[in-house]
Design a protein around this ligand. Structure first.
Ligand code: SF4
Length: 383
């Protein structure tokens, strides 16, 4: 009936016989998709974000035919986000190398011989100069990374970082830190200094995690994320693919993130950059299709999150990156380096934005939350 009406409205001569119209009906059904990606994307668009994902549901989305997953990731992306906007973040290593942890992908661990020289915390002038340069180059978020297990017993350095956060926030930029594990008190102090987001990746699934890191537990990671969330700081948490994990582990990682009490504000999806001297130096490079699958699944399951095409982007061509943006990525790292590994050229990124019709996302301070219950502790500690 719908077919007949549309033909009438278009005032085309009704030359189709009933049998040929009936012929068309099965064909139109043939074009519709019944994949889990289609069903869950439709549900996400209809009902909004949810935190009660079952692992099986996410697995079914992840396992959907790739182009179908890409299409429905794009559909959710256009519904939940301004699809032309891409956040540009600059990540600076403010304290490089000499880390006591054994993360098997990381050239900054003191346990591996990668030729990286350990350095002390960068001074204020150098950090602020880098932030200013990043701002002038179009970055709206400045992230500072320190190669530490945690910040306990580093009072002087921590207070210096609080100062950096205040100053950079005063420059009108969003500020993010990644300093290892933090206690609730430190999260509150960072919040008070004006921190926008704190990065603490889960890296992989709970099951695969002990194959990658043995010096801290998955639960300790989740504890830091809890402290960050409860302090009212946006959580930035994602993972790395290409560590030797199975696809089931990628699903497990996304399941943990998508079932946190609130979805992370940012979800970095990293492709391993295998560094000589680390235990993972011989890992096979991640293919673009694997990234697209991760990004689209993250977009469908966490529609409001900034999904960040992170480490490993340097290896992908512009058409490959375009597919990632189409699948739902809307954040990148800009700048010469990502902590210690190479990153995309600034001019090449600007040309890519122009070519693809992407625009930089302006900084946002409007959605910042208040601490859940610990305001007094922060005030008393800093007094
Ligand atoms: S990833 Fe972070 S915690 Fe792990 S070794 Fe590297 S710097 Fe240390």
């Amino acid at each position: 009936m719908i077919l007949i009406r549309s033909i009438r409205l278009n005032r085309r001569p009704l030359s189709l016989s009933l049998s040929s119209m009936l012929d068309l009906q099965p064909r139109s059904l043939y074009y519709s998709s019944s994949s889990a990606a289609a069903a869950e994307a439709e549900r996400t668009i209809r009902e909004g974000p949810r935190n009660d994902w079952k692992r099986e549901e996410i697995k079914n989305v992840y396992d959907s035919p790739l182009l179908d997953l890409l299409f429905h990731g794009a559909q959710v992306h256009r519904h939940a986000q301004n699809f032309r906007e891409v956040q540009q973040c600059t990540l600076l290593s403010i304290k490089t190398g000499g880390c006591s942890e054994d993360c098997s992908y990381c050239p900054q661990s003191s346990r591996y011989d990668t030729g990286l020289k350990a350095q002390k915390l960068m001074n204020k002038d150098a950090v602020l100069e880098a932030a200013q340069k990043a701002k002038e180059a179009g970055s709206t978020r400045f992230c500072m990374g320190a190669a530490w297990r945690d910040t306990i017993g580093r009072k002087t350095n921590f207070n210096q970082i609080l100062e950096y956060v205040k100053e950079i926030r005063g420059m009108g930029m969003e500020v993010c830190c990644t300093l290892g594990m933090i206690e609730q008190q430190q999260a509150l102090e960072l919040k008070k200094a004006g921190l926008t987001a704190y990065n603490h990746n889960l890296d992989t699934s709970r099951e695969y995690y002990p194959n990658v890191i043995t010096t801290r537990t998955y639960d300790e990671r989740l504890e830091t994320i809890k402290h960050v969330r409860e302090a009212g700081i946006n959580v930035c948490s994602g993972g790395i693919i290409g560590l030797g994990e199975a696809e089931e582990d990628r699903v497990g990682l996304l399941h943990t993130l998508a079932t946190l009490p609130s979805h992370p504000e940012s979800v970095p999806i990293n492709a391993l950059v295998a560094v000589k001297g680390t235990p993972l130096e011989d890992q096979k490079a991640v293919e673009i299709w694997e990234m697209i699958r991760m990004i689209a699944t993250a977009r469908i399951t966490m529609p409001k999150a900034m999904v960040r095409l992170s480490a490993g982007r340097v290896k992908f061509s512009v058409p490959e990156q375009a597919l990632c943006f189409l699948a739902g990525a809307n954040s990148i790292f800009t700048g010469e380096k990502l902590l210690t590994t190479p990153n995309n050229d600034f001019d090449a990124d600007q040309s890519m934005f122009k070519l693809l019709g992407l625009i930089p996302k302006p900084p946002s301070f409007s959605d910042e939350a208040e601490p859940e219950h610990c305001e007094e502790e922060a005030v008393s500690s800093s007094a």
